[in-house]
Write a protein that binds this ligand. Structure first.
Ligand SMILES: Nc1ncnc2c1ncn2[C@@H]1O[C@H](COP(=O)(O)OP(=O)(O)OP(=O)(O)O)[C@@H](O)[C@H]1O
Ligand SMILES: [Mg+2]
Length: 630
């Protein structure tokens, strides 16, 4: 129920159009029935089939049959008002009368009527179909926008729980399924359901005995068709699996052929293969059995059904109960049931799928966001004093990663975090832009808990340069001035110069207007990094986070990036994480992390002298460096 309410909110703006579409759908159904009656008139009044056949049969019953039909309306109960066919005929007769149509002009009148009904039906089909496209596409577009908006604001932990592939499929696949269901299948539902009812009603009032026979025969024939279809789908699926088993076996044996030989397992492998092959054969044969049996079975059942029908029909025609025009109209009406049944049958399936898709979409849209602005969150003023971690602990799910960290970083200080991999360095700095919130303690800027301020005002003060530089498929300028609408070229260029990026940008074919390709594919690693630094310089935030910004580069690129970083850090409070100790030797303070705690801190020389973890890291890297050089 709440799922329907969830979907309902997106359809609300389209309610008027839904109403119009429904009216059109109903009109379509009515026209579909009228069409059949007009068809009967073509037979009886224009081509005059009944006359010639009656002449042949010699029963002498003439067109009064229609009136006679009115009398014993053909229904088991005596309610004339339910006699749809009789009423439509009466309407036709009075229409003829009011236009003064006679024996001759009826040849023009009925075709004209036919044209009108069919044309009107086409118009209603168009209105109905197109409106539902407008509704389905419009509503799901709104839903997609909303979903994406929710995604953009979700916290990092949300992104860790949900695969990117999964999210892509929510935005792409699931919404398309929904859209298709609404645009196409709703049309079917609303068009074909009343059409189906109308035609069945018409059949009953044309001749209820024949109708009952048809309603009995059709399922008897349809059931095996459905069953055969199901069986064939299942076996074909199974046979695919068996075939996959086979190729897996072969692939395994070929890859491991030395082992097979060494262990003398050829016979064993052959036996395994034979067994699998036999299983495949059985499934295949079963599929063929079904395929070859379905035709004859269905054909036999169909011909038995048709035979039974003919006996009744023949007797009815002979006794004058049934005219040729009614019989042919009856058969055409039965055939016309095929389309509604087929489409309505699909509706159920698609609606089930759509509901499942809607459920998955709603899960994402309504996923709780653990990092969100609180009610009454304040704007964080520019940092004046300090940044403080106050007894901060953090755990991913159950795993403790940070343990009771106390740390004060006065404004303008550059601190470096070092430590073995997994020590918790990235986790610690990620608390600052509130990618996560601490599970214990608090992070403060000038005494304000970060959870009490707006995300927007917090993140406006923080620049972030990470190891995997994130660039967008856009121009160099827009990448540097990311987020600013009409960037000032001088500011962009100044940032690029300070990031030692201006020279290479100037050499690009279109300078600052060069499109850099997906994720900056047209640039080198060092160039990408310097663009990211230029972006941070352009933003000019008072607080800076650098997470291993240089570890991927060769020494030459690194020295450029290092110079750019030095420019970037000037006058800012900076938290720097680097694996290469050479890059952090000159910072104000080095913090050594181990197992979620800060275990040592000080200047490079002091830490070396202490002979602790820092010394070990240092020695390891010297060694690594020598190995590398060797
Ligand atoms: N999303 C996550 N879910 C669960 N555990 C995580 C997650 N991210 C990191 N961890 C774990 O938290 C610990 C600290 O990770 P973190 O990324 O902070 O380390 P690090 O010091 O930055 O390491 P490195 O130097 O390799 O970047 C590691 O043990 C890691 O396995
Ligand atoms: Mg890290």
């Amino acid at each position: 129920m709440s799922l329907l309410r969830f979907l309902g909110t997106y359809f609300k703006p389209y309610l008027g159009r839904v109403g119009l579409a429904l009216v059109a759908a109903l009109a379509y159904a009515i026209c579909s029935v009228l069409m059949l009656v007009v068809f009967q008139m073509v037979l009886s009044d224009v081509v005059q089939t009944d006359r010639s056949i009656q002449d042949l049969v010699g029963t002498g019953k003439s067109e009064e049959t229609s009136e006679a039909d009115d009398g014993d309306s053909g229904l088991p109960f005596d309610l004339d008002s339910f006699d749809l066919h009789g009423r439509l005929l009466a309407g036709y007769e009075s229409l003829k009368q009011s236009f003064g149509v006679d024996e001759q002009s009826v040849v023009y009148f009925v075709p004209l009527l036919m044209i009108l009904v069919v044309a009107f039906r086409s118009v209603t089909r168009f209105i109905n179909g197109y409106l539902f496209q407008v509704i389905g596409l419009g509503a799901t577009n709104d839903l997609r926008n909303h979903l994406y908006e929710r995604l953009l604001h979700q916290s990092s932990s949300f992104y860790q729980k949900h695969h990117s592939g999964e999210l892509l499929s929510r935005i792409g696949n699931d919404i398309s399924v929904l859209q298709n269901a609404v645009s196409t299948r709703f049309v079917d539902l609303f068009q074909q359901l009343p059409t189906f009812v109308g035609i069945v009603w018409l059949l009953l009032s044309l001749n209820w005995q024949l109708s009952v026979i048809v309603f009995l025969i059709v399922p008897i024939i349809a059931l095996p068709i459905v069953q055969f279809g199901k069986g064939m789908r299942k076996t074909s699926h199974k046979s695919q699996e068996r075939l996959a088993d086979l190729s897996n076996l072969v692939a395994e044996a070929v890859r491991g052929q030395r082992v097979v030989k060494a262990f003398g397992m050829e016979d064993f492998e052959l036996e395994r293969f034979k067994q699998a092959n036999l299983r495949h054969l059985r499934v295949k044969l079963k599929a063929q059995l079904l395929a070859y049996a379905s035709g004859p079975v269905i054909e036999t059942l169909a011909v038995i059904g048709a035979g039974g029908f003919l006996v009744f029909a023949g007797r009815a025609v002979r006794s004058g109960e049934l005219t040729a025009s009614v019989l042919v109209t009856f058969l055409v009406a039965v055939l016309n049931l095929y389309d509604p049944i087929r489409k309505l049958n699909k509706v159920n399936l698609v609606l089930q799928e759509a509901l499942a898709a809607a459920h998955r979409v709603r899960e994402v849209v309504e996923a709780p966001n653990d990092v969100e602005d609180r009610d009454g969150a304040r704007t964080l003023p520019q940092i004046r004093e300090e940044l403080r971690f106050h007894g901060v602990s953090f755990a991913y799910e159950q795993k403790d990663v940070l343990r009771n960290i106390d740390l004060v970083i006065p404004r303008g200080e550059v601190v470096a975090f070092v430590g073995f991999t997994g020590a918790g360095k990235s986790t610690l700095v990620n608390l600052l832009p509130r990618f996560f919130d601490p599970t214990g303690g608090r992070v403060e800027i000038d005494g304000m808990d970060l959870r009490e301020v707006t995300l927007q005002s917090l993140r406006a003060q923080i620049g972030l340069v990470t190891q995997d530089t994130v660039l967008f498929n856009d121009t160099v300028r827009n990448n540097i001035a990311y987020g600013s609408k009409d960037p000032d070229q001088e500011k962009v260029e100044a940032a690029a110069r300070a990031a030692y990026a201006h020279e290479f940008i100037a050499e690009l074919e279109d300078g600052y207007d060069t499109e850099i390709g997906e994720s900056g594919a047209k640039l080198s690693g060092g160039q990408r990094q310097r663009l990211a630094i230029a972006r941070a310089l352009f933003k000019d935030p008072p607080i800076l986070i650098l997470d291993e910004a240089t570890s991927h580069l060769d020494s030459e690129a690194e020295s450029l990036v290092q110079k750019a970083l030095t420019n970037l850090m000037k006058g800012r409070t900076a938290l720097v994480i680097a694996h290469r100790l050479s890059t952090v030797q000159r910072v104000d303070r080095i913090l050594v992390m181990s197992d979620g705690k800060i275990v040592e801190q000080g200047k490079h020389e002091e830490l070396l002298a202490r002979g602790g973890i820092y010394k070990r890291l240092h020695d390891l890297q010297l060694q690594g460096g020598r190995d590398h050089d060797a």
